[in-house]
Design a binder for this molecule. Structure first.
Ligand code: ADP
Ligand code: MG
Length: 400
């Protein structure tokens, strides 16, 4: 079976459609700092409205731990959604209370995770919450790609409780991710960075036999350098992953994959925006001004240039994880160089991961300069690891 799309739901005129979206946007002091995820949900909402349906949107935001908490209210999202749609959005503060009297074509329910049953480990509790949500609508559309790797009430049990289908965001995310695993045009480069090596090793494992080059930056590069026998000062290091990393280095060689580990890094005196810093050879991080106290916070200029060259010359590129601590201007150059190179790819360029997507936007790149910016960090990584995602299987998807 393949993914059920919205047209399988039949005539939606006058129907109430419960739409699970991913409105888990970054907030700072109650303000939305990146509305990319709200924009990503618009095509499905627009499509349903054009079909004459009433949209009852629902989402989580952050981790309120099963109780109401104004800090995690979706109220600012309701307002932003209304601005983007150019239409009123009715915000319902106490879902899934009876909303039969609620007026308007677009309704947004308050944060689903204010109810502990949404993320409960107990399938019965999740089913009870899902049946209350199901009572609000006639059919269900699942379009929160960022949560499809989670077996949660609104993602899984709700899709079982009502006739359900995938929205256009999930369909387009899958189409792209499928191209990255099944039929990538060559040369194919994967660039990995970010902060947690252990999060990304599964992707390396699954993609290694498919790629031509694998470029390692971000915090994870230090575990690779350490695995090659170099000292890394006070940089991020996941010592318990060293053996696994050594195994991947060996496998890359066997498979003829060009595994590119940085040759220079930007080393700082401390983890701070105003830290003193210098470029050091990757095999002599501790020989500089800060000795063993030095912290690697970005890839160096020689590495950036090499990464940019390999990326720009590839026809398929998947990038997940910033190359450095881009939140500090002094350590954003590597991330900027890779982002720029991605915009030059003649083929498919994909940015995955919440922080990576935020990074390209914060660095001033327009979304449309990339082939695809994935809205789901964890979900896209798990897909690329070859795992089965419950929120997709429940919509008929069984992979290839
Ligand atoms: P994504 O959300 O795109 O999957 P991650 O969550 O894995 O990315 O990692 C993002 C974080 O990695 C950023 O906040 C960035 O500051 C951090 N990071 C990148 N390079 C380093 C480094 N050398 N040391 C510490 N943190 C780093
Ligand atoms: Mg992240």
């Amino acid at each position: 079976m393949t993914l059920r799309t919205i047209d399988t739901l039949g005539d939606l005129e006058g129907k109430r459609v419960v739409v699970r979206v991913d409105f888990n946007v970054p907030l700072k002091d109650g303000e939305i700092t990146d509305d990319g995820r709200i924009r990503a949900a618009l095509p499905t909402i627009d499509l349903l409205l054009r079909k004459g349906a009433t949209v009852i949107a629902c989402s989580h935001l952050g981790r309120p731990d099963g109780e109401p908490n104004p800090k995690y209210s979706l109220a600012p999202v309701a307002q932003r959604l209304s601005e983007l749609l150019g239409a009123p959005v009715t915000f319902v503060e106490t879902p899934p209370a009876d909303i039969s009297s609620v007026e308007g074509d677009v309704v947004l329910l308050e944060n689903l995770r204010f109810d502990p049953r949404e993320t409960s480990k107990d399938a019965g509790e999740r089913a009870s919450f899902a049946s209350e949500l199901a009572a609000l609508g006639d059919v269900m559309v699942s379009d929160g790609f960022g949560v499809v790797h989670r077996k949660q009430a609104s993602v899984y049990e709700l899709a079982e409780a009502l006739p359900s289908a995938a929205g256009t965001l999930i369909a387009s995310e899958l189409e792209v991710l499928d191209r990255l695993t099944e039929t990538p045009e060559k040369p194919y480069a994967v660039v990995l960075g970010g902060s947690k090596v252990s999060d990304k090793l599964g992707v390396i494992d699954h993609l290694l036999p498919r790629v031509d080059s694998l470029l390692i930056g971000g915090g994870m590069l230090f575990t690779f350098l350490a695995a090659q026998g170099h000292k890394v000062g006070a940089s991020l290091l996941e010592a318990d992953q060293l053996d696994r990393v050594r195994e991947y280095i060996a496998r890359a060689e066997e498979l003829g994959v060009d595994l590119i580990v940085p040759t220079d890094v930007v080393v700082a005196s401390k983890f701070a925006a105003d830290a003193e810093h210098e470029v050091r050879p990757a095999d002599d991080i501790e020989g500089g001004a800060f000795g063993a106290a030095g912290i690697g916070l970005d890839i160096g200029p020689e590495t950036s240039a090499r990464f940019a060259e390999v990326v720009a010359a590839s026809r398929t590129v998947f990038w997940n994880g910033p190359m450095g601590v881009f939140e500090f201007d002094a350590f954003a150059a590597g991330t900027k160089a890779v982002a720029q190179a991605l915009t030059e790819v003649d083929g498919l360029s994909v940015v995955g991961g919440g922080d990576s997507a935020a990074a390209v936007r914060a660095l001033g790149f327009d979304d449309d300069r990339f082939g695809h910016i994935s809205t789901g960090g964890g979900a896209s990584l798990e897909f690329l690891e070859g795992k089965k995602l419950p929120g997709l299987e429940v919509l008929g998807w069984q992979g290839k």
